[in-house]
Ligand binder design. Structure first.
Ligand code: NAP
Ligand code: GFB
Length: 317
């Protein structure tokens, strides 16, 4: 079957990982075409630009990654922008996909959008069971509306538009900006600088919160499986197991080890810890893909750190 896949957000952390996996592992399949977009191709916040882009490419499948994205501290500062920008992008992309008759769209939610007051482990059925953590309510509600969109497109037009729910992602081509980015790239960048300047590494918060981390290349491999073989409209969590959840301190220690940093590590508890935990179950994924093997955390961390050091001059920071 011929497949023309349009990947919005194709230039970002997850998009670059999908590019790598498509090129290096999937290989060029007969009748398959992949188009990876960045904001230079169209500002997806603009309906007319989005529709024109989709009419130009007429994709049969869409992986929708484009979003205003950031770590805890960027979310805390810009909840209104995270809400508005992502609602515009999501509505424009899903509408354009429907208008050009795309048979499948896989969008991207996040485990940080689940209810903050909840039982654990979190699973896919709990998405709308209460308010998200206040630090990122704008982003969270915008993301939850994708699920509402998907259910409505199925009910009204029989569209199989679905979504994946990754936990915290890290890997090559991440956003290593210390103020706006996520914890792993932020710590990698800060450790690089601390090592160069002979200063302590300052970890923000207490180090006590807990996170599950998925390597971007593992997420990309699972994205391709969802695109081709997952048939539900209901979203699916893509995460390592609950047993692989680590504390921020353990993540920092892994960065220190991977970067070969021997200086002091300090904790700035004046900075917010954000959500304490968002432990998600990957039982549904394991039912579908009992064979899938995640890259060991320390190996993924080493590969990411090596990538950052080798690409320091051009990395997003
Ligand atoms: P990223 O590295 O910041 O990349 C964002 C992508 O979206 C870039 O390609 C960017 O294009 C594009 N984009 C942003 N605004 C746009 C606009 N107005 N018009 C067109 N394109 C626009 O983000 P990421 O970490 O890869 O995230 C990808 C998806 O995964 C997002 O939906 C995010 O919510 C989700 N997710 C991420 C994490 C995580 O920990 N990173 C966790 C869970 C879910 P430019 O390169 O041109 O700016
Ligand atoms: O990845 P992160 O910024 O976002 O992680 P969340 C924040 C946690 O890491 C907090 C600690 O406990 C911080 O105190 N931390 C320690 C640091 N050092 C640093 C550092 O240098 N930079 C950062 N950023 N954190 C986000 C959501 O939550 O999860 C987003 O706000 C998104 O919407 C993302 O969904 C996946 O994991 O707390």
């Amino acid at each position: 079957m011929s497949m023309k896949v349009l990947v919005t957000g194709g230039s970002g952390l997850v998009g670059q990982a999908i590019q790598h996996v498509v090129k290096e592992e999937r290989g060029a399949k007969e009748g398959e075409e992949w188009i990876f977009l960045s904001s230079k191709d169209a500002d997806l916040m603009k309906a007319e630009e989005t529709l024109a882009l989709f009419q130009k490419h007429r994709p049969t499948h869409v992986i929708h990654l484009a979003a205003m994205v950031g770590g805890l501290y960027r979310n805390m500062k810009y909840n209104l922008d995270f809400w508005r920008n992502n609602v515009y992008i999501n509505d424009n992309v899903l509408n354009a996909a429907h208008e050009v008759g795309a048979i499948k769209v896989v969008s991207c939610l996040s485990t940080c959008i689940f209810p903050d007051k909840t039982t654990y482990p979190i699973d896919e059925t709990m998405l709308h069971n209460g308010p998200p953590h206040e630090s990122n309510f704008g982003y969270s509600y915008a993301k939850r509306m994708i699920d509402i969109h998907n259910r409505a497109y199925f009910q009204e037009h029989g569209r199989f538009y679905t979504a994946v729910i990754p936990t915290n992602v890290f890997g090559p081509h991440d956003n290593f900006c210390i103020d706006d980015g996520h914890v792993v790239p932020g710590l990698i960048h800060k450790t690089y600088t601390a090592k160069k300047e002979g200063k302590p590494l300052v970890v923000w918060g207490s180090g006590k919160p807990r996170r599950q981390f998925i390597y971007s290349l593992d997420l990309a491999r699972l994205f391709l499986w969802v695109l081709c073989d997952y048939k539900e409209v209901e979203p699916i969590i893509l995460s390592v197991g609950e047993e692989d959840e680590v504390s921020i301190k353990e993540a920092a220690d892994a960065v220190v080890q991977a970067m070969g940093f021997e200086g002091a590590v300090e904790y700035d508890t004046s900075k917010s810890d954000g959500q304490f935990k968002k432990t998600a179950s990957n039982a549904k994924l394991c039912r579908y893909r009992p064979d899938f093997k995640f890259t060991p955390f320390k190996q993924a961390m080493k590969e990411t750190c090596d990538w950052f050091v080798a690409n320091y001059d051009t990395a997003r920071k």
